[in-house]
Design a protein around this ligand. Structure first.
Ligand SMILES: Nc1ncnc2c1ncn2[C@@H]1O[C@H](COP(=O)(O)OP(=O)(O)OP(=O)(O)O)[C@@H](O)[C@H]1O
Length: 245
């Protein structure tokens, strides 16, 4: 059973077509990067997977159920997470655990695994961006979801904190969690994710491993060792009608 099964998704904002026929499958334990230029429709796709937006046409199934019908099985870390700044890390995580019906053991496990022990009694208004992102990730995976959706989770993080975030995704992969990360950090996406879906103007521009994306996009065979960043730039040029070698 796939964690995500989207078929031919269309979504409009007023008269503007934002997603134009996106299909995507993600199996349990797969790490997929969602990439594309600003305004391509990445966050919109994530909101459709969460069931927060409904498609104009096409279908979105999460573990074979309608999107949004099983929220505890889908973790979400939004682009701009809001925290109760007067709470400590421990209070914050415990509060969300109680909302989700998650026990004390899991709170302690996440404090330990995500390296939050040293800040557990610290209030959030005295913490760094990296510490808060760890807390955001902890909140997103409190209920041990089968699918995790992250919207630009490493913006503003230093390289070590970013790498930590992606290493955590590998731990989740080993536990069978499917992960979709919307990101502009193509070096990290190439280093840590299994494959990428690139969307451009609401349409799929390329998908797969670097090699698969090169083949699908009709880029030259000589470019077989290109980085994800190179591929991204070439695919964008092609989409914009520029000549591509
Ligand atoms: N609440 C909204 N109301 C109207 N239009 C919106 C809204 N949110 C997004 N859009 C439009 O939908 C399109 C897709 O936006 P979306 O946020 O999905 O892009 P994105 O790929 O996530 O971009 P970015 O990389 O900048 O975060 C854009 O043209 C954007 O202007």
């Amino acid at each position: 059973m796939n964690a995500v099964e989207c078929r031919d998704l269309f979504f409009n904002r007023g008269k503007r077509s934002v997603l134009k026929g996106i299909s995507l499958q993600i199996a349990p334990g797969e790490l997929v990067a969602l990439i594309g230029p600003n305004g391509a429709g990445k966050s919109t796709l994530i909101k459709l997977l969460l069931g927060l937006l409904k498609p104009a046409s096409g279908s979105v199934r999460i573990f074979e159920k309608e999107a949004g019908s099983d929220p505890l099985n889908v973790g979400y870390l939004p682009e701009n997470v809001s925290f109760y700044s007067g709470m400590t890390f421990e209070e914050h995580l415990s509060y969300f655990a109680s909302l989700k019906g998650v026990g004390r053991d899991r709170v302690e496990e996440l404090i330990s695994v995500l390296g939050l022990e040293c800040v557990r009694k610290q209030t959030l208004n005295r913490s760094s961006k990296g510490q808060k992102q760890r807390l955001g990730l902890a909140q997103a995976i409190l209920s041990k979801p089968g699918l995790l959706l992250l919207d630009e989770p490493t913006v503003g993080l230093d390289p070590q904190a970013s790498a930590f975030m992606y290493q955590e995704l590998h731990r989740l992969k080993e536990a069978g969690c499917a992960v979709l990360v919307c990101t502009h950090e193509l070096l990290l996406a190439q280093a840590y994710m299994d494959r990428a879906l690139m969307i451009c103007g609401g349409k799929k521009a390329a998908e797969g491993t670097c090699r698969e994306m090169i083949r699908q996009s009709g880029l030259s065979e000589e470019t077989a060792e290109m980085s994800l960043l190179d591929i991204y730039c070439r695919v964008l040029d092609k989409e914009n009608g520029k000549e591509v070698l």
